[in-house]
Design a protein around this ligand. Sequence first.
Ligand code: GDP
Ligand code: MG
Length: 506
Amino acid sequence: MSIQLFNQTRSLSNEEIEVFRNNIGKALDLLLSRDYVDQRLQSDAEVSVDVRLVGTDTIRKLNSEYRGKNAVTDVLSFPILDMMDGKLQADLMPYDFSYDGGKKCLPIGDVVICVERARKQSEEYGHSLEREMCFLAVHSFLHLLGFDHENGRDETSMFEKQEQILKDIGLPRCDSDIHIPDSDRITNEEPDAHPVGEMLKHCGYCALVGRPNVGKSTLLNTISGMKLAIVSHKPQTTRNNIQAIYNRDDAQVIFVDTPGIHKPQSKLSEFMVDSSFRAAKGADVVVLMIDGRFSKPASVELRAAEMAKKLKKPIILAVNKADAVSKESLLPLIANYSGIADFEAIVPISALKDDGVTELMDVIISHLPAQPRYFPIEEVTDQSEREIAAELIREQILHYTNEEIPHGTAVEIDAFEEDLKEDAVDSYDRSLIRIHASIICEKDSHKSILLGKNGQMIKRIGTAARENIEKMTDCKVFLDLHVKVRKDWKNRQVFLDEFGYKKKDD
Ligand code: GDP
Ligand code: MG
């Protein structure tokens, strides 16, 4: 038997690695000598297994690539031979063997273990990391040999075998730790429980409109459960609105974040108005979000109400920041707003504190038609990482500067470079992403605001944006930001094109 051990993490000492190598070597030897394992494996070749120790980002990517699940799990097994309960299902063929430096080998599969996850589990179960890692390896070896505990197979026998091996190599179980690895062989993959096209009771698009700063992005982040954490790898669309997708067993809501509704003053705000309309036009329901601290509707809100009426869309009023106002002050607000549109519902929420959001979702969902599922359940947004990085930088400009600056700025990603890890298994196995980006503004005075005293402002924007991009990409990020002035760029179509603000003909 031979085990190739690849350690792709830095979270184990050399000593721990050696102990692990030694344990799993013994375990595999013992396993192969058991009478429940096909003796044909013990030919003139050495049974070989590759074992990889990886971090959470790699196991997540493997899970999403091979199992369609965006999840961090403890172990993955990739069997090579067709085996069932220890028995080969077909005779070994010459191509089953490989020659490693003249040595004849019989590769039976790969095992990938997430060390961080194993460490966490060992703490939860109160046993050593050594035992947990070995447990996961042996469990996985049994899978490679065709043992299974799912699909109605005899699970006790698999667990008994596993515990016997662990006991024989001196890592017996303590009473507290009966557990089943949370991820398993991929060959017996159950069919996707939520395929695209599955008929849903409610499915559709929701346009989220409202003036800047009322909390639209906060709501999208809250309902996505994380900061736009997953990026789909399907071909990009040219849409500028970030979409978040909310999934429930019986429903799917695709959110369209609109840049806001403004009086057209320049080509850029024309574009923004256009895109709000476009988003609303394609939507099944419109949510107008307002800041609960301001009780009177103004032009933006009136425009939105008018737009919904014109497009004959149901409209819901979400009164955000309810955490920052008294209940009493909501009454006059509701009275003021009731007149401007025929709202399906008026729902006070706190996007920030996740209060009332479920109620809002219920109302939205009740206005969506029965339709087949549009997107696979893992997808949170349809933009590329590059586009979202630009959006996350813009978000921080909005956050740190006053209102006149953001609408005169655009963010341009000049370079988006990925360094792969030394032992990268695939192209998502990145060690660092380097992003060079320019913030384009209209005036020198804007530039100095964006830079701030001693560059403090740009530093703050950069740090906050970098942290969010790291969350999104699950990777360390180096972010280099520059501020450039391009006079009157807002009115020049050539610049608008360059920054992706292309007008689309519907
Ligand atoms: P957007 O421009 O509409 O996307 O607004 P953002 O989501 O960027 O939010 C603007 C500001 O309002 C941020 O500082 C948020 O933290 C804050 N905010 C958002 N939702 C809430 C809320 O429910 N309560 C309070 N107190 N602040 C909120
Ligand atoms: Mg926003």
